[in-house]
Design a protein around this ligand. Structure first.
Ligand SMILES: [Zn+2]
Length: 461
């Protein structure tokens, strides 16, 4: 979240009209960079190299949960591949990360009939006692309903059966639900998975505990199971569930942010960052979230190198570690580069799936937005020209940079299927299309190259 003061400053910046000279720079931009943009788009879309690399990564290492061996093995492999690509200053920058493990877990319906429920514990959850927690379930559809029925919640398992509307609104039940339930005296918390479509797949994700109330075990049920428990309650049937979770919070371990560069030809100390997060949840392959964004950024820089397109400033691919369990990598990057943040021209991230790109969401000054919009206009051949000028960081890992005043940009894609697979066993590479992945590479490459090469840079205000 962005602090109110910064939001006000951004608001003021948006109100200032761009100067005539910047209009001139923006309108000349497309002509100047047309040839370079077209060559990047052609190189990215002529084959399925990015998809092949993405499949090699996720098939070879599987999911990459923070604290896991598979994450570190994937990072080792990426670092060696980046060196083979000829990228410069390839390194892993150390980050202390959260290490939560799920352990054995289950949810069994005991009444009104015996059945296995499809569940996934929420990241960060505490365990149940060894024998589990068996209790009557109270199904509610909102925080307000829980407040009204607070007297009924004591000693029960509260289930938030909340239909998906948009991610920001619905995920509040995942992050804040367990503590709200505990405040009402519940002994455990279940949520309907935060998913816009379901084939009885539970979807995990991070929860957080309010330190002023008891920490109670928390898990997501599949949409179908949550809806069934609601129907049972509405028919007046007693709903009793046994929840068993062996989750453990282990000591933090060291991971790494992956960093590699194409050093700028005129202003090597000024940097355009582009990346995704290399960690994932411990289910599926973490291909959509976010190996795809990571590989797209990496491939974008590899193609610049391959084509001999070396911009004035440095382009730096950063694959952040541990976004999912607390944005440790994003904050560590900011802290490690604090002295250089004034020379960070822009930070770009793709973490919404590498489906058909539609354009970008940009946070920064109005004058900068005009230049970014003109750059996006170079992506007409892949239909990725839209620019939304937004007031808050469009992605999590670049959030700490945006809070320090670095202009931020997120790749926007056709995202109607993103929350079908998000944080579930269904997040595998086959959900992505090689041509769409290639277009995401092209969009990131053109945006990063042009902004890194602009003679006058990207004005912050
Ligand atoms: Zn993600």
């Amino acid at each position: 979240m962005i602090q109110p003061r910064l939001r006000l400053l951004l608001g003021l910046a948006l109100a200032v009209a761009p100067s005539a000279s910047l209009h001139a720079q923006a309108s000349g931009l497309a002509g100047t960079y047309r040839a370079a943009a077209d060559s990047l788009i052609h190189a990215a879309t002529r084959d399925s190299a990015a998809y092949g690399r993405l499949a090699r990564l996720v098939d070879g290492f599987g999911h990459r949960e923070s604290g896991s061996r598979s994450l570190e093995a994937a990072i080792d492999w990426i670092l060696s591949e980046m060196k083979r690509d000829g990228l410069q200053n390839v390194r892993g920058e150390p980050v202390q990360v959260t290490h939560w493990v799920r352990g054995m877990e289950s949810a069994v319906l005991a009444k009104p009939r015996l059945d296995t429920l499809h569940m996934l514990g929420l990241g960060g959850s505490v365990a149940t006692p060894t024998g589990g927690i068996t209790a009557t379930v109270l199904v509610v559809s909102s925080f307000d309903e829980l407040e009204r029925r607070k007297a009924e919640a004591r000693g029960k398992i509260v289930l938030f059966d909340v239909p998906f509307t948009d991610y920001e609104a619905t995920r509040r039940y995942r992050t804040d639900g367990p503590s709200a339930a505990a405040r009402a005296g519940a002994v455990a918390c279940l949520i309907r998975s935060v998913a816009s479509f379901s084939i009885r797949s539970p979807h995990t994700g991070r929860t957080t505990y309010d330190s002023t109330v008891a920490r109670i075990p928390a898990a997501a049920l599949s949409v179908e199971d949550a809806m069934m428990l609601r129907r049972m309650q509405e028919r007046g049937e007693p709903v009793v569930v046994t929840l068993k979770m062996g989750a453990r919070q282990l000591a933090p371990v060291q991971s790494r942010n992956v960093v590699a560069e194409l050093v700028g030809r005129e202003k090597p100390d000024e940097v355009v960052v582009l990346g995704g997060h290399i960690d994932s949840w411990d289910v599926g392959q973490g291909a959509v979230d976010d190996a795809g964004g990571s590989v797209a950024a990496w491939e974008a820089v590899r193609l610049m190198k391959q084509l001999g397109l070396r911009p004035r400033r440095t382009v730096r691919v950063v694959l952040w570690t541990n976004e999912e369990s607390g944005v440790d990598g994003g904050r560590a990057y900011r802290d490690a580069h604090r002295a250089d943040l004034g020379r960070h021209v822009m930070a770009m991230e793709s973490d919404g799936g590498v489906f058909q790109p539609t354009g970008f969401a940009f946070v920064g000054s109005d004058t900068a937005a005009a230049l970014v919009r003109e750059t996006a206009s170079l992506l007409g051949s892949i239909s990725a020209t839209a620019l939304a000028h937004v007031a808050e960081s469009p992605e999590a890992d670049i959030g700490p940079l945006v809070e320090e005043g670095v202009p931020g940009i997120g790749l926007r894609v056709e995202d109607s299927r993103y929350f079908w697979y998000h944080h579930s066993q269904g997040d595998t590479v086959d959900k992505l299309d090689p041509e769409e992945v290639a277009r995401c590479v092209a969009a990131m490459a053109v945006m990063a190259y042009v902004i890194a090469d602009l003679p006058g840079g990207l004005p912050r205000s």
